[in-house]
Design a protein around this ligand. Structure first.
Ligand code: DGJ
Length: 709
């Protein structure tokens, strides 16, 4: 139903968002905790009134959902467009607001310039998550060049004076940084053609004193799997806003008459009890709305991934021996990584030739697959469909299938180029070779879909920038493979966590979080990841004793404890495991299975970071069970470490406390821990009084199971 009132209000049981539609286009005037009916939008409107200041506009141009030149906006425009007349100065007038219970579609038109601008807003029914995206339609007869359209621009409440951002590199993704909002713009632009390891498209805005368990905050994440830009600006007039959108190359989007462009979705959330409460909003939302394979429908099986075990050294007998070794540990899915296809003896050749290499597997993969499944494990296989090695039959036949720009040499990157998925012939080839493998081996139930380079020259055959089309084609290729093989699960991998976002997750099932299997680094990577994503999609493997990436030597106890809290797996040569390591791993895997319903369905409570240790817990929705981890990373600076607060329990319940990890402590005063064994504690005391932690060797993890009686 289209109607035009001054305000639009969407509410669920916890959250309200209100739009002021009195100007030319709508702007958010409230987003946060549920407002009672006694608060009217008119009240907010009056309270928002700003005085005309000297040498300033009488009324500042609004931070509308897509601020435009036409509105006189002097910040970063939400729309940059040009044509052969004055399209650059587009300004829209709201003509429809189509509202349902939990959504609204604002339609604005610039009839003079023949453009329609639509912004969709949807408030989730159960959480504070709101989805925003925008669309520009060319309703004229002349072509329009679109340089940028934001998914949304959103004002920040004046109390949000800080931002938490996410940066990193290969093997060290999701490192958090806190910054004060400053006069000017915090801007991150990503042109890598993948979500990237270094510039995650998300941030959290918060006031000075918000911590993990207290205080308000807002989270923003753009579901974009390629190029993107984000901005948080504090303006000279004192207002601040965030803005997210896809980053387009010049000429990338040309809208002919009747065509339109739609942005990726911006997901926003509000947390009233600290950063952890915001994360719980995102986790619940993702569990309810995004994941097709839920932890309820099928517990996440423990993986064995061959990569760090054998790399390219494929041999059927060796692989069968690995399967024999890992099955008794409790492994439930065996993933054959890179190296199984034609010519792939190293990373210099083979990508593109997705045919089982008969030199390695003369009889095909049946022997190995039957062996693995005969041991009770599922079978998964690795592909990197978007890539081609110049040394491949595919490239020799079709050099023109690689993205490239004329007269610019390829930027060398892992000996491979990127295929042009905007070319339908390329997609048809990829669809065929992937589904041929799946048809030939119907027992394959899992694909690790990798992507291992930047897209430095995203030019297609026509010489056009193609990243937007490339990403759409990727999503659609994955969907078609899934539709042709219902039930197949797909992991999004990109040299580890280079493509972790809510653009690709609706098409896939889990992420490979990072190539670093170093448990200490992983504690921080996984912590950063957990701000937006739940643990069941966080691939987490127990790596080799001496980490292949950092060289760090870590005991099996901490390696296993850290992997247990994600979607657990192991990735090493299991023939090298000592008896002790085998025993510890078997126990860890069995604990993972015992508690995965908690970590994959429960509520996450991170505790504040003190730079010395990483602490968190998962509590069941009914608060009858919890699993808490204390990971000591560095030596304590005081003679004894601090206390551990079991956050998120029910103050009125009584709980037993059981230390389930490690089985045997190496520290010299384990006695203190025994004080708690077999005792009953109130939720109140566990949460608020806390437990004195013992002196531990650094790099020790303690895990407690808490159960209501
Ligand atoms: C990068 C991935 O992140 C690794 O796990 C592995 O699959 C390699 N690619 C294989 O080339």
């Amino acid at each position: 139903m289209s109607s035009l009132s001054s305000f639009v209000r969407l509410s669920n049981d916890s959250t309200t968002i209100i739009f002021d539609c009195q100007g030319r286009m709508p702007k958010v005037i409230y987003y946060g905790a549920l407002l009672s009916d006694t608060t009217t939008p008119e009240m907010l409107n009056v309270l928002n009134t700003r005085q005309e200041a000297k040498c300033a506009p009488v009324n500042e141009p609004p931070i509308s959902l897509v601020p435009t030149h036409g509105e006189g906006w002097t910040g970063q425009p939400g729309l940059e467009v040009f044509g052969n007349a004055d399209q650059w100065s587009a300004g829209f007038t709201l003509c429809e607001a189509n509202q349902t219970d939990n959504s609204v579609e604002f339609v604005g038109e610039d009839t003079h310039r023949s453009m329609r601008l639509i912004t969709f807003v949807e408030l989730d029914n159960l959480t504070s998550i709101v989805k925003f995206f925008s669309r520009l339609e060319n309703i004229g007869s002349e072509a329009l060049n679109l340089n940028y359209l934001n998914a949304a621009s959103l004002p920040l409440p004046a109390t949000m004076t800080k931002i938490k951002t996410f940066e990193g590199r290969w093997s060290a993704e999701f490192q958090t940084q806190d910054h004060d909002l400053f006069f000017g713009s915090y801007v991150r632009e990503n042109r890598r053609g993948k979500t990237s390891h270094d510039t995650f498209p998300g941030l959290i805005a918060f006031p000075q004193h918000t911590g993990e368990l207290d205080g308000e905050c807002y989270g923003f994440h753009l579901g974009a799997s390629a190029n993107h830009k984000l901005r948080a600006e504090l303006m000279a007039d004192g207002r601040s806003y965030v803005q997210f959108g896809e980053l387009l190359f010049p000429g990338e989007i040309v809208l002919q008459a009747g065509e339109s462009y739609t942005t990726p979705v911006l997901y926003t959330g509000f947390g009233s009890k600290g950063f952890s409460s915001l994360s719980r909003q995102f986790h619940n939302f993702i569990r309810e709305n995004i994941l097709t394979h839920t932890a309820e429908s099928k517990p996440r099986p423990v993986h064995y991934n061959t990569w760090e075990g054998i790399y390219f050294d494929h041999n059927e007998d060796t692989l069968k021996a690995l399967a024999d070794k890992v099955a008794p540990l409790g492994i439930e899915r065996f993933v054959l990584d890179d190296g199984w296809f034609k010519g792939r003896r190293h990373d210099k050749a083979g990508l593109g030739d997705w045919f089982v290499d008969k030199a390695i597997y003369p009889q095909g993969l049946d022997g190995l697959i039957d062996h693995v499944t005969g041991l009770g494990m599922e079978f998964g296989i690795w592909f990197e469909p978007e890539m081609v090695n110049p040394d491949s039959d595919l490239y020799r036949a079709h050099p023109e299938w690689a993205l490239q720009t004329q007269n610019n040499p390829h930027v060398p990157f892992r000996n491979q180029y990127v295929l042009d998925l905007t070319n339908p012939e390329v997609v048809a080839y990829l669809y065929k070779v992937i589904t041929d493998v799946l048809k030939a081996y119907p027992k394959i139930s899992y694909i690790k879909w990798d992507m291992n380079r930047d897209v430095n020259h995203p030019g297609n055959l026509q010489g056009q920038p193609a990243m937007h089309g490339q990403t759409a084609a990727l999503y659609s290729l994955i969907d078609r493979v899934k539709a042709a093989h219902p039930g197949i699960e797909i992991e999004s991998c990109c040299s580890g966590g280079g493509r972790v976002d809510l653009g690709i997750l609706p098409h896939t099932d889990r992420f490979w979080t990072s190539d670093s299997n170093d448990a200490l680094d992983r504690l921080y990577i996984q912590r950063g990841f957990s701000y937006f994503f739940p643990s069941e999609v966080m691939g987490a493997h127990v790596g080799p004793r001496d980490c292949h990436i950092t060289g760090r030597h870590l005991p099996i106890e901490i390696r296993a404890a850290v992997a247990m809290f994600g979607h657990m797996g192991i990735e090493m040569d299991p023939r090298e495991l000592t008896e002790h390591e085998q025993k510890v791993l078997t126990n860890a895997i069995s604990l993972y299975k015992q508690y995965r319903h908690l970590t994959h369905l429960g509520d996450l409570y991170r505790m504040d970071d003190d730079g010395l240790n990483v602490k968190f817990g998962y509590v069941s929705k009914d608060k009858t069970e919890g699993l808490f981890a204390y990971n000591s990373v560095k030596e304590t600076l005081r003679t004894t470490p601090t206390r551990f607060y079991f956050a998120g329990l029910d103050a009125n319940k009584q709980y037993t406390l059981e230390r389930i990890w490690p089985e045997k402590l190496k520290e010299y005063t384990p006695s203190i821990l025994q004080q708690t064994e077999g005792q009953i504690f109130s939720g109140e005391v566990l949460m608020n009084y806390g437990m004195q932690l013992p002196v531990l060797f650094p790099q020790t993890a303690l895990i407690y199971a808490v159960k209501a009686i």
